[in-house]
Design a protein around this ligand. Structure first.
Ligand code: GLN
Length: 454
């Protein structure tokens, strides 16, 4: 049924870069057989899923939305893909994304944009717009995204779906093509909080192949979602981040957020306002740290090891082949980041830019720490606006970067964070997301509050 649905809506939505129908049907048949024999691999065995095209998979290409990796099929499975397969989850295909996960609209994909199923003229957010659009268009009931600065939560918000960035280190990054290694985190996407929780438990947990993977029990997120579904938040202290409102926020988004706060109060939560004074510097710090790490990580695309190779014709030397390949293989945004990052890391500028950004990062972590002395979770709008029109911000990087204003602090601090649907904006009828933020390793709190609220 999902393959039929994909065939019917893909010409309009373009959520997928690759669909593996044959393999998916076989995996589904195997899951059915196991279940009939009382040997279901997990509660999600046989459930279809859309996988962001940034995870390595041996049976499908992994392009990261880039010409650089067009047609590249990896020799190994990412831990996330491997765990999904072990759990009997059926991987339908790979979803569209901004090139190397850099963007907030999926327009930076080398293979054309994904369209928001709510309004095909609008973006589905990014970088994981393909995964969230696939959920919103009912092409898949579950999806996986990655969130470096908001790429799971921001698309979830603007497509009316659920997206979770787990605690940094909660889900293995092995086989997740690196953008900014100290920020990248894989996470579950679904149409309900409970669905996301069940998927979270399949992919999370220690992995010796990732040195930053946390060696501790996975938070009990499914139990928390079930508990939250009873709708009782008595004893839960919720902090409203004062700094996430005002200029730049759409009226309908703020109205929806205020209504969400009223709902949380009516569910028994104790709501207070808290201040996180350094959050206003998060965007600036992020756009030094993320490009710096990306400039280093993307050095591996040197025309020798992976994918594209241009000018290998006996006329050009090695250095020329490398530069021709990088010139043609990378899109404009990726080049912008590599240049910014290389500059910020260069001798004489390192302390002023990268070093300074790392200090700001510490201050943001401290803001969170002192807020979490007063409250159990923090809430804010997920995004300042609803989905914008395709093309509207394409030539204005600063406007594009602002889409992640509210999501970035949790990445810088490594905390857990979720976006849950919060109705539609009265102005344009488009979905709005409520962001819930919790301390590291307290992912279960997100699910309890999210399930109570949805
Ligand atoms: N929009 C942000 C960026 O372009 C976040 C991307 C992400 O989370 N992968 O860097």
């Amino acid at each position: 049924a999902h393959l039929d649905r994909i065939e019917a809506v893909e010409p309009d939505v373009h959520a997928f870069l690759h669909v593996n129908g044959q393999e998916a049907l076989e995996a589904a048949r195997r899951a059915d057989e196991d279940r009939a024999n009382g040997r279901a691999a997990s509660p999600l065995a046989g459930v279809p899923l859309a996988l962001k095209d940034v995870f390595t998979t041996t049976d499908m290409p992994t392009t990261c939305g880039s010409r650089m990796l067009e047609d590249w099929t990896p020799p190994y499975d990412s831990t996330v893909a491997g765990r999904l397969r072990e759990a009997g989850v059926v991987i339908l295909g790979k979803t569209n994304m901004d090139e190397f996960a850099m963007g907030s609209s999926t327009e930076n994909s080398a293979f054309g944009p994904t369209h928001n199923p709510w309004d095909l003229e609008r973006v589905p957010g990014g970088s994981g717009g393909g995964s969230s659009a696939a959920l919103a268009a009912f092409e898949a009931p579950l999806a996986i995204g990655t969130d470096t600065g908001g790429s799971i939560r921001q698309p979830a918000a603007v497509t009316g779906t659920v997206g979770v960035k787990p605690t940094y280190g909660g889900v293995s990054r092995y086989g997740l093509v690196a953008f900014s290694s100290s920020l990248d985190q894989a996470g579950p996407c679904g149409r309900t909080v409970l669905d996301a929780a069940m998927l979270h438990e399949v992919i999370a947990g220690h992995d010796r192949m990732d040195s930053t993977s946390i060696d501790a029990p996975v938070p009990q997120v499914t139990a928390a979602a079930r508990e939250g579904a009873a709708g009782d938040l008595r004893g839960m202290r919720v902090g409203v981040v004062r700094e996430f409102a005002g200029e730049g926020y759409q009226r309908g988004v703020l109205d929806s957020f205020n209504a969400a706060v009223d709902t949380l109060t009516s569910l028994g939560a104790e709501v207070v306002e808290v201040s996180c004074p350094h959050f206003e510097y998060a965007l600036g710090a992020y756009y030094l740290i993320a490009p710096s790490e990306c400039s280093s990580n993307l050095a591996r695309f040197d025309a020798m090891r992976y994918g594209l190779r241009v000018g290998d014709d006996g006329e050009h030397n090695t250095e020329e082949v490398m530069s021709l390949t990088r010139e043609q293989g990378f899109g404009a945004e990726v080049k912008r980041r590599i240049m910014l990052g290389t500059y910020a890391l260069s001798s004489g500028y390192y302390d002023a830019y990268y070093g300074q950004a790392q200090k700001v990062r510490t201050l943001i972590s401290r803001d969170f720490a002192s807020a979490f002395e007063q409250v159990d979770v923090l809430v804010s709008p997920t995004t300042p606006t609803t989905a914008f029109r395709i093309g509207e911000r394409a030539d204005d990087p600063m406007a594009m970067y602002l889409a992640d204003l509210c999501t970035i602090p949790s990445n810088l601090a490594g905390n857990a964070s979720m976006s849950v649907p919060s109705g539609v904006s009265a102005e344009d009828g488009l979905p709005v997301g409520l962001q819930i933020m919790a301390p590291a390793m307290a992912d279960d709190r997100l699910y309890r509050v999210g399930a109570a609220y949805e």
